[in-house]
Structures are given as structure tokens and as C-alpha cells.
Write a protein that binds this ligand. Structure first.
Ligand code: URA
Length: 435
């Protein structure tokens, strides 16, 4: 087989065979296909798309490119949740303890921040001592004892995705439906869960900007997961505004703690209850009755019981669990700045990606793989879409360790906040459920 022929075929809009796709993934993972040919193929896929059959083959080839995790040592049904990436999205930190407190096991492999979006692993590493590089045997023991563990992806799990993602990141081919589907599902299917709930984000802060595209993405992922024998469900949730009020690693963990204690922002709490209830129902609890599961999850939120499960996981993974009871122990940024509204009016909308970029400029994310994160950096919102604000009132607080970072982030933040005379139409947070 020749890579040249595969590129030409896809460039001309023809369908690649399963054999060709598997050959490409295997050879690229081994290093025998150069990056310039792999990027040409990614661009051809970006421009021409892929059929469902091709996307399924690509997903399974990525899944099979490395080791698979075996969770059969875990006693009980295993359920996972995955978000397609957003700004201020700390739902995994809340949903996993809620579901585990309910008795359903969560053995979660999470990622680091990507572009303007944050990553669960970076957030957890802002807790002193927290380890995310835990071997699978230890992970299984922690899950059996406390109901959950959240660890990072090791180099052996779906290595093809690691290489392809890095390539897509620098060749403007991230926002391709078949490439996103195969990247996410290739990794998810290499882990050994019974049920997967997907949180597909839609809007200015996500990779899929329109509801139609997001629905299509969700349907493809659900279908491929089912073909692999998993129980699947996807929510389409709004990312035209950040989730909650905190954007930045340590601040997001603190907001997750508040939410588990029943004092979180309304939007974040609502999405977390919805995700957790679907995970529990999909796992077959309470006869799979979603409405019943939802009532149980609301009572867990009100009682604050799940915070102990979160603290247990933190302790088991080497973190200082005292920080969970005393969030004031989290490091504080050296400098802060108040961003004020330039005029009076309603916040008619925000460019959520711009907010993500502002937090990156503050030091909360990476521009290159090697960059060190400042865990204390980030944004605390004081006003969100739909709020009425007077000129000079605070829109947000910015935190960083250098003045020039505050300067750059303030500019981006203001450019991403739109104030007008008319209150915007209310958009629901949960836009659709794909089964
Ligand atoms: N998250 C992933 O893991 N892969 C993508 O392609 C997009 C989001």
C-alpha cells in the first residue's frame, strides 16, 4: 500500500477501505509514515469528510493502536462520562463523586487542557500531592475501595491518537467531525467501561459551533459506542457561555467543592445533576428510571454527602484531603485586577473561546506542550450573559503572577464581552439528549 494513493483517493472524495485505514493508523503509529503525508491525509479528511463506515474503522484502529485497559477486577458496573471540551467545565470533578456515592463505579481516564479548553488532570494536579500517573492495578484497588479514581492517559493507551492529535493541533485540522469522533471514541473504547455518557458542547466555546453539527457529532459517537457493545447516551449542552463562574485550575476545583457541598452556581449544578442522573440510570440503577435517579442525585447535592467521596479519592491518590475541607489552603495568585464594564446595559453574549484564551494568557493553560501551568491563575466571573450591569461595575476578577499577563487578558476579556440595550433570549443549558 502507498500513502500517496490514500491521500489522492480521499482528496478526490472517494471512500477509504477498512484495510487502508487500519494500515495508515498502524504505520503512522510505528513512525514509518512521515508527518507531512499524515497531515495531507488529515486535511483531505477535513475537507472531504468520512462516511460512517470509515469513521468507525478509524475509531477502532485508534482504539487498537495500543494497550487496552482491563477493568474486570472492578466489582460492579463501570460508567464513564466524557466532555468534548469547554471553558470552565469542571463537571467531571463533581459528577464522578456523585455517581460513586450512589454505588456506581467510575474509573476515569482524563486529559489535559487542549487549546482554549481546560483539562480535568491539570485541575486535579492543583491539589497538593495529587497523583494522576497511577498504574491500572492501583487504580482498580482505589475504585473498589472508594468507588472512583481519576487518572491521566498513559503513553500506551491509544498512541495513534496522541500522535494524530498533536499533528492536527498544528495543521488546522482539529475541527473535523470524523477526526474528533475517532479521537474521543478511540480513547474511550480502549478503556473498559460498560456505559458512557457524552457531554457534547455546542457554541462559541466548543469545537462544534452549531447545534446541528453538535447533534451530528453526538449521534456518530453514540452509534460507534453501541457498535463496540457499550451502553451510550449523549447530552448536547450549551457552551455559548462558560460553565459556572470560575475559569482556571485551582479556582475550578474550589468551585467543584462548593457545588458538591450544595452551594455551587445554578448552571453548573444543573448540568452535573443531569449528567450524574443519566450515568446512574444508564448503569441500570433504580430500574433505569431517570426521574427517580434525578431526585436521588438532588438529595445527594443538598446533603453534601458526595464531598466525602471526593476527599477519599484525593487522599487515595496522594493528595492533601484537608484542602477539600479547607479550600483556603489552595494557592492564591500574586496579582489580581478587576475588569469593569465600559457601559451600562445587558450582557447580550460572550465569545466563550475568548474567555478561554484570556485564561490561557493569565497562565492557566499551555501554549506549547512544555509550558508550566500557574494553578492559581484564572478568571472569576461576576456577571454572565443576560445580567444587567452598570458602567464601572465589575465584570470579572483576573488572577496572575505578572502585570503584563493581566494586561493582555483584560483586553481579550473585554473584546469577548458584548453589552447592549436588549436582554438576550434565554437559551436552555441542556439542548438535547441523543440515545
Ligand atoms: N477531544 C479529544 O480528545 N479529541 C478531539 O479531537 C477533540 C476533543
Amino acid at each position: 500500500m502507498r500513502m500517496y494513493d490514500l491521500i489522492r483517493k480521499k482528496r478526490d472524495g472517494l471512500e477509504l477501505s477498512g484495510e487502508e485505514i487500519r494500515w495508515f493508523v498502524e504505520e503512522y503509529t510505528k513512525g514509518t509514515i512521515p508527518d507531512y503525508q499524515a497531515s495531507a491525509l488529515c486535511m483531505a479528511i477535513y475537507l472531504r469528510g468520512m462516511t460512517m463506515e470509515e469513521t468507525t474503522e478509524l475509531t477502532f484502529a485508534i482504539r487498537d493502536s495500543g494497550e487496552k485497559l482491563h477493568f474486570d477486577g472492578i466489582n460492579g458496573i463501570r460508567v464513564d462520562k466524557h466532555s468534548t471540551g469547554g471553558v470552565g467545565d469542571k463537571t467531571s470533578l463533581i459528577v464522578a463523586p456523585l455517581v460513586a456515592t450512589f454505588g456506581v463505579k467510575v474509573a476515569k481516564i482524563s486529559g489535559r487542557g487542549l487549546g482554549h479548553t481546560g483539562g480535568t488532570i491539570d485541575k486535579l494536579e492543583s491539589i497538593k500531592g495529587f497523583r494522576t500517573d497511577i498504574p491500572v492495578e492501583e487504580m482498580i484497588k482505589i475504585v473498589n475501595r472508594y468507588g472512583l479514581a481519576i487518572v491521566g492517559q498513559n503513553a500506551e493507551l491509544a498512541p495513534a491518537d496522541k500522535k494524530l492529535y498533536a499533528l492536527r493541533d498544528v495543521t488546522a485540522t482539529v475541527e473535523s467531525m470524523p477526526l474528533i469522533v475517532s479521537s474521543i471514541m478511540g480513547k474511550k473504547l480502549a478503556a473498559d467501561d460498560d456505559c458512557i455518557v457524552l457531554d457534547v458542547k455546542t457554541g462559541s466555546g466548543s469545537f462544534m459551533k452549531t447545534l446541528d453539527e453538535s447533534r451530528q457529532l453526538a449521534s456518530m459517537m453514540v452509534e460507534i459506542g453501541k457498535r463496540a457493545g457499550k451502553k451510550m447516551l449523549a447530552l448536547i449542552t450549551d457552551m455559548d457561555r462558560p460553565l459556572g463562574l470560575a475559569i482556571g485550575n485551582a479556582m475550578e476545583v474550589q468551585e467543584a467543592i462548593e457545588t458538591l457541598n450544595g452551594n455551587g452556581p445554578e448552571d453548573l449544578t444543573q448540568i452535573c445533576v443531569c449528567l450524574a442522573s443519566h450515568m446512574i440510570a444508564l448503569a441500570g440503577c433504580c430500574g433505569g428510571d431517570y426521574a427517580y435517579c434525578e431526585r436521588q442525585v438532588w438529595s445527594l447535592i443538598r446533603s453534601g454527602e458526595a464531598i466525602q467521596t471526593f476527599a477519599n479519592m484525593v487522599h487515595a491518590q496522594g493528595g492533601d484531603a484537608l484542602w477539600i475541607q479547607h479550600p483556603e489552603f489552595f494557592p492564591r495568585a500574586k496579582l489580581s485586577r478587576i475588569v469593569r464594564a465600559g457601559k451600562t446595559g445587558y450582557i447580550t453574549g460572550v465569545n466563550t473561546e475568548g474567555y478561554g484564551m484570556a485564561s490561557l494568557l493569565l497562565g492557566a493553560g499551555r501554549n506549547t506542550k512544555e509550558d508550566q501551568i500557574d494553578y492559581s491563575a484564572g478568571i472569576l466571573l461576576r456577571a454572565k450573559t443576560g445580567d444587567f450591569i452598570e458602567e464601572g461595575e465589575p465584570l470579572a476578577f483576573l488572577f496572575a503572577d505578572r502585570e503584563e499577563r493581566l494586561e493582555a487578558a483584560e483586553k481579550t476579556f473585554l473584546e469577548s464581552t458584548f453589552i447592549g440595550d436588549q436582554a438576550p433570549e434565554k437559551r436552555p443549558l441542556i439542548l438535547d439528549v441523543i440515545r
